[in-house]
Design a protein around this ligand. Structure first.
Ligand code: PLP
Length: 371
C-alpha cells in the first residue's frame, strides 16, 4: 500500500532496524576509515557524501518525487544548476522581476560564455523569440519574489522543450508543499531551503530536485569537485524543519490570504501583491499550480515615501524588521532598502509567521495608523 505523501515525508529519513537511532545522526567526521578500493564503499571523505545530507535528500526527494541534491545555499544550488545545464545550453533566459541574485549570478557567468537574457516571462512571444537564438535554459520563478507574480509553468515548459531547451523553476517562494514544478513540466526545481522549507531562520542551504539522472549526476559532480557542500549540522536542522513544512505552510497560507484581503481594503494601502488577489483565469491558474495554498509571503505598497514606510515598519510591536522569509515568526521589510532590488520605495514584503491571525491583524492596524 502506498502511504500519503506527508506520511512518507515523515518517515523518509528514518531506519526501522533494531537499534536504529530515532533521528538521523549528525555525522561530522571529515573522513571514514577505508581499506583498499573506494568503489562501492560509503563515501570516505565528507566533500563526496555524508549520511546527514543523504537523510535530508531522502525527505526532500519525497516532496517532489525526485532525486534531491543539497548545496551550501540557494545561490550555490542555482549556480550548480546553471553550470550543469550551460555546458550544452549556454543561454539563460531569466525573469526580469524575480529574485535579483539569480540575474546577478547569471550575469557573472558572462565572461565564461553564458549569455543571460532577462525577460517578462508572461510574454510568450518574447520568450519564443529569445529561444530562437540557440539552446537555452528558461528559468522561471512563480510566485516571484518580491512581486508574487504567477506565470503559467506548463506553458513555459512547453515553449522551452519545443525549442530543445531546459526548463528550471525556482520554487523557493512556493515550496514543494504547495507547488511541484516537476509535475508541471519542469526539468529542474531549485529551492533556497534557507526560507520556508527549513522554516526557522537558522540555516542557509539550498537544494535541487530533478527526475533526470544525467542532470542529477552533473549537479553532484559540481558539488563534489567545486565543493559547495552542505554542513552536516545545517542539514540536520533543515531536516528537522522540513518535517513540519506542510503544517506550517497550511496555516501561513490561510493567514496570508486573510491578511492580503484585509490590507487590500485598508485606506493606507495602494496595492497588494498576492496570488489570492488575482481574479478570473489568472486566479484559476494560480490555484491549479498551488492547490494547497500560496505560502507565507505577500507584498504591498503603502501611501507615502521611504521615510513614511519606514515609520510604519518601526511601529509594529510583533512583526519584526528583517529580510528573508518563511520563518515561524512574522517579519517584514522595505525591499528598496537593498540597492540591487528593483522595487518602489513604499513596497513592503511581509512574511507571515505562525502567530494568531487576530494578533497580526491588530499589529498591522496599529502600525498603519502611525503618521
Ligand atoms: C533567498 C532566495 C534565493 C537564494 O537563496 P540563499 O539560500 O540565500 O542563497 C534564491 N531564490 C529565491 C527566490 C530566494 O528568495
Amino acid at each position: 500500500m502506498s502511504h500519503d505523501a506527508y506520511t512518507r515525508l515523515l518517515h523518509a529519513a528514518l531506519g526501522r532496524e533494531e537499534g536504529a537511532p530515532s533521528t538521523p545522526p549528525i555525522e561530522l567526521a571529515s573522513v571514514r576509515l577505508l581499506t583498499g578500493d573506494p568503489a562501492g564503499a560509503p563515501p570516505s571523505y565528507l566533500r563526496l557524501g555524508n549520511p546527514t545530507w543523504e537523510a535530508l535528500e531522502r525527505a526532500l526527494g519525497v516532496l517532489e518525487d525526485a532525486d534531491a541534491t543539497v548545496f551550501a545555499s540557494g545561490q550555490a544550488a542555482s549556480f550548480a544548476t546553471m553550470l550543469t545545464l550551460a555546458a550544452t545550453h549556454p543561454h539563460l533566459i531569466v525573469p526580469s522581476d524575480g529574485y535579483y541574485g539569480t540575474r546577478k549570478v547569471g550575469g557573472m557567468l558572462g565572461p565564461f560564455g553564458v549569455r543571460t537574457t532577462a525577460l517578462d516571462l508572461s510574454d510568450a512571444a518574447a520568450v519564443r523569440s529569445a529561444l530562437a537564438h540557440g539552446p537555452a535554459v528558461v528559468w522561471a520563478e512563480s510566485p516571484s519574489n518580491p512581486w508574487l507574480r504567477v506565470v503559467d509553468l506548463q506553458a513555459l515548459a512547453d515553449l522551452a522543450h519545443a525549442a530543445g531547451g531546459y526548463f528550471v523553476v525556482d520554487n523557493t517562494t512556493a515550496t514543494a508543499a504547495t507547488q511541484r514544478p516537476l509535475d508541471l513540466g519542469a526539468d529542474v526545481s531549485v529551492t533556497s531551503l534557507t526560507k520556508s522549507t527549513s522554516g526557522h531562520a537558522d540555516v542557509v542551504l539550498g537544494s535541487v530536485a530533478t527526475r533526470s539522472a544525467a542532470v542529477r549526476d552533473g549537479l553532484r559532480l559540481w558539488r563534489a569537485q567545486a565543493g559547495s557542500i552542505a554542513g552536516p549540522f545545517e542539514a540536520w536542522l533543515a531536516l528537522r524543519g522540513v518535517l513540519t513544512l506542510p503544517l506550517r505552510i497550511e496555516r501561513q497560507s490561510r493567514h496570508a490570504d486573510a491578511l492580503a484581503a484585509w490590507l487590500a481594503a485598508h485606506p493606507r494601502v495602494r496595492r497588494v501583491h498576492h496570488p489570492s488577489q488575482l481574479t478570473g483565469e489568472a486566479l484559476a491558474l494560480a490555484r491549479r499550480q498551488q492547490p494547497t495554498g500560496f505560502g507565507p509571503i505577500l507584498s504591498f505598497e503603502v501611501d507615502g515615501d521611504a521615510a513614511a514606510t519606514d515609520r510604519i515598519l518601526a511601529a509594529a510591536t510583533l512583526i519584526r524588521n528583517a529580510t528573508s522569509f518563511g520563518g515561524v515568526e512574522s517579519t517584514w521589510e522595505r525591499r528598496a532598502r537593498w540597492p540591487a532590488e528593483d522595487a518602489p520605495a513604499s513596497l513592503i514584503r511581509l512574511s507571515v509567521g505562525l502567530e494568531a491571525l487576530a494578533d497580526l491583524t491588530a499589529d498591522l492596524a496599529s502600525a498603519l495608523a502611525v503618521a
